[in-house]
Ligand binder design. Structure first.
Ligand SMILES: Cc1cc2nc3c(=O)[nH]c(=O)nc-3n(C[C@H](O)[C@H](O)[C@H](O)COP(=O)(O)OP(=O)(O)OC[C@H]3O[C@@H](n4cnc5c(N)ncnc54)[C@H](O)[C@@H]3O)c2cc1C
Length: 412
């Protein structure tokens, strides 16, 4: 296998790096300060998105730095997973960059679903404005009342009645739903069908957020912060009616689509974790070399130099494993690379959590302020150890595949 970046990926990477340095970094601290003052209320209806974001998005789009995650050469950049990986890493150095390039979760995953599985009508109505960065979208799978790491527990229902689908259920951790531009949800629910196996009993349904019966109940804080201006909401669906044409790829296709959605998305998340860890390491070295305690640069005290080496080893291990997963996904698809994708989904967020924890420690009190992105990176790492499947579930996948390779079939 060859991890050399293609000339096209190198060109995008160079331009993305330059854009982050010259356009995003100078305005990012002010962006977060504005968010912290204008979006602290639990009442998300009062939240606003700083206007500078639209300005940055317009510039990025004009420069062709737009929808870089999408493998479609016309609608996106046409890059494979391995080619996109270093670009995702670069965007991970900033908490804003992925959004500026229209490459942020959950929109990127939702766009990929509509691109792969959406009907022409669905693509026209929802994919187009998402690709244009005009609206935002939400993915509603997790439920408050059941252990959602086992998706077959899902209680929400999508029942066909004539030419309509009737939706009922409670969802939470619906990321992005507090954003004033959030317009559409992909709702995953149980569509009972006795003629099908248990993995074809769930559907994905497109639900405009202004449909009667959709109620945002509250925003969920993460370590006390609302992750504004996007937020994570608890949402109830009460006898919500949409036309049957709102099924994505027909009833019962939910699990198949979910698998296709989560493969690339996990690689993007992991590469962004690696970028975040690199940024945390940069900040730590700068701080550790420029601040003095007990007559020495802080970096030269105690075991701090060793901690830098340990971080470098951990980051490079995670990067190589992630590039390997991306390479394999390009070769054999997300299903064939399932073990490798699960492996990085465990390795990269855990690595980021450790590196950021070390970075915060070396920064002293400054590490916990919002003057630096370190607390944001910590929240990202800790959240990702749950979101898109907890660590333990991914370890379970890896073990099951290892056992199967040796002829042991798992009894569920
Ligand atoms: C910041 C954030 C954003 C999110 N965004 C979204 C989103 O946009 N859309 C969405 O639908 N969901 C989202 N989620 C939800 C996330 O995907 C779920 O929290 C996750 O799938 C786990 O489900 P659960 O919370 O019900 O945990 P549970 O299923 O109750 O699991 C709790 C714990 O049980 C243990 N456990 C579970 N299974 C096993 C096992 N097989 N072996 C050993 N231990 C096990 C693990 O320690 C696990 O963490 C988000 C979560 C967070 C924190």
């Amino acid at each position: 296998m060859d991890f050399e970046f293609s000339p096209r990926a190198q060109d995008y990477l160079k331009r993305v790096k330059a854009f982050i340095r010259t356009e995003i970094e100078p305005v990012e601290p002010a962006f977060w300060t504005e968010v912290m003052t204008s979006c602290q209320s639990p009442d998300w209806k009062t939240w606003t998105v700083p206007v500078v974001l639209d300005e940055l998005k317009r510039k990025a789009r004009e420069q062709g730095l737009w929808n870089l995650f999408l493998p479609d050469p016309v609608l996106g950049a046409g890059l494979g997973a391995q080619e996109y990986a270093p670009i995702a890493e670069e965007t991970g150095r900033s908490l804003l960059a992925a959004t500026v390039f229209n490459c942020n979760a959950p929109d990127s995953g939702n766009m990929e679903v509509l691109w792969r599985y959406g009907s022409e009508e669905q693509q026209e109505k929802w994919l187009k404005p998402l690709l244009a960065g005009e609206i935002r979208s939400v993915f509603c799978m997790t439920e408050p009342d059941v252990a959602s790491s086992d998706a077959t527990n899902m209680q929400a229902t999508a029942i066909i009645e004539g030419d309509e689908i009737v939706l009922n259920g409670d969802k939470w951790w619906s990321s992005g739903i507090g954003d004033p531009h959030a317009k559409i949800a992909i709702f995953m629910a149980h569509t009972p069908d006795g003629s099908k196996d248990r993995h074809h009993q769930h559907s994905m349904v497109l639900v405009p957020l202004d449909t009667p019966g959709v109620t945002i109940e509250r925003m969920l804080p993460v370590f006390g912060e609302f992750d504004a201006p996007h937020g994570h909401g608890q949402v109830s669906f009460n006898n919500v009616r949409v036309p049957v044409s709102h099924f994505i790829s027909g009833p019962g296709m939910g699990f198949e689509i979910a698998q296709g959605r989560l493969g690339p998305g996990r690689i993007h998340h992991c590469m962004r974790c690696i970028g975040a860890a690199e940024k945390a390491l940069d900040l730590t070295i700068q701080r550790g070399m420029s601040r003095t305690a007990f007559g020495k640069p802080i970096l030269n005290l105690g075991g701090n130099r060793e901690r830098i080496a340990e971080a470098r080893i951990a980051i490079d291990q995670a990067r190589l494993l992630t590039l390997y997963a991306a390479w394999k996904m390009d070769k054999v698809g997300a299903m064939g690379a399932m073990s490798e994708i699960s492996a990085i989904k465990v390795a990269a967020p855990n690595m980021l959590q450790q590196v950021v924890d070390m970075a915060i420690q070396l920064h002293g009190g400054a590490g916990l302020t919002r003057d630096l992105p370190l607390t944001g990176f910590f929240i990202q790492a800790r959240s990702l150890r749950l979101a898109d499947g907890p660590d333990e579930v991914h370890k379970g996948v890896i073990t099951r595949i290892e056992l199967m390779k040796r002829g042991f079939m798992d009894k569920k």
